[in-house]
Design a binder for this molecule. Structure first.
Ligand SMILES: [Fe+2]
Ligand SMILES: [Fe+2]
Length: 278
């Protein structure tokens, strides 16, 4: 892509902190949760996004820890569940009947959360269902919610969709899980001029620009690595990441911040810039 001008830090810059796959129950380092809270709060973001897998096994104590983390952020948060947030397979009845009961109790009962401020429109959708084992699922009513929300968004607002599972295969990541009905949902996002999809699940940190067939709309898919757990994959094994996104009228940047266990703090290791589609 063209190299756009940096969003910089002027008064019009909007900032989002994006975490995913915190997986309480498999925390990698005794200080990583406090470190990420400090780093996120230091960034003075407008919004914190967590794209699912708050827990390892949907246990109450894991949810309690996740709720404590969310309460520690200084700014509003928008979250969606992941497949690890439904009751585990050895609770088959609960998994089938009310898979997200504990998520609803400890995190939020809103499975289609939204956040709006001048210049920004963010919508989260739930892809975690009890009867799918690992891959997610999105249904037509959720795409209707996307059309209603983004259709009513302020003209020119930066549009962000948050979902735990991926909606398209990214060549750089090899074959990976996709949510059922991913293609229809990606097409819907393109139809509604979504600028950025924030997701997780794969436990790798990656950013891709995607041209969506059939309408040719370009959007960016940003996958956050596991923010705090020891479940990183491939070359991201034993690493923890989150991203800071800075948006202005012309461009947006995605800065990857990695946990340094020696310094017990997060630090920037990668930054990519994208021109906005107007
Ligand atoms: Fe995960
Ligand atoms: Fe997941």
């Amino acid at each position: 892509m063209d190299t756009p001008e940096s969003p910089g830090q002027d008064a019009r810059t909007i900032k989002i902190a994006h975490l995913s796959d915190v997986h309480f129950g498999r925390i990698a380092h005794p200080d990583v949760v406090d470190a990420i809270i400090d780093d996120v709060n230091g960034a003075a973001a407008d919004l914190v996004v967590v794209s699912g897998d708050f827990t390892q096994r949907a246990r109450t104590r894991q949810y309690r820890a996740a709720a404590t983390m969310l309460a520690s952020f200084d700014v509003p948060w928008l979250v969606v569940p992941g497949n690890h947030d439904v009751y585990p397979w050895w609770r088959p009845v609960s998994r089938l009947v009310n898979p997200l009961r504990r998520y609803r109790r400890w995190i939020t009962a809103n499975l289609t959360p939204s956040f709006v401020k001048p210049g920004l429109a963010v919508l989260g959708i739930n892809s975690a269902f009890g009867w799918t084992v690992k891959g997610g699922r999105i249904v037509e009513s959720q795409r209707a919610a996307m059309r209603a929300f983004f259709g009513g968004a302020q003209e020119g607002a930066f549009r962000v969709l948050v979902v735990h599972h991926h909606l398209t295969q990214l060549d750089a990541l090899g074959r990976h899980d996709l949510a059922r009905q991913a293609k229809d949902t990606l097409n819907c996002a393109a139809e509604m001029n979504v600028d950025l999809i924030l997701c997780g699940h794969l436990h790798v940190s990656h950013t891709s620009h995607v041209e969506v067939v059939p309408n040719g709309h370009g959007l960016v898919v940003a996958t956050a690595g596991t923010a705090t757990s020891d479940r990183g994959r491939k070359k991201f094994r034993n690493t923890n990441f989150y991203t800071q996104i800075s948006i202005n009228d012309e461009a947006f940047e995605i800065a990857e911040r990695q946990f340094n266990p020696d310094l017990v703090q997060f630090e920037e290791v990668r930054r990519e810039s994208f021109q906005r589609c107007r």
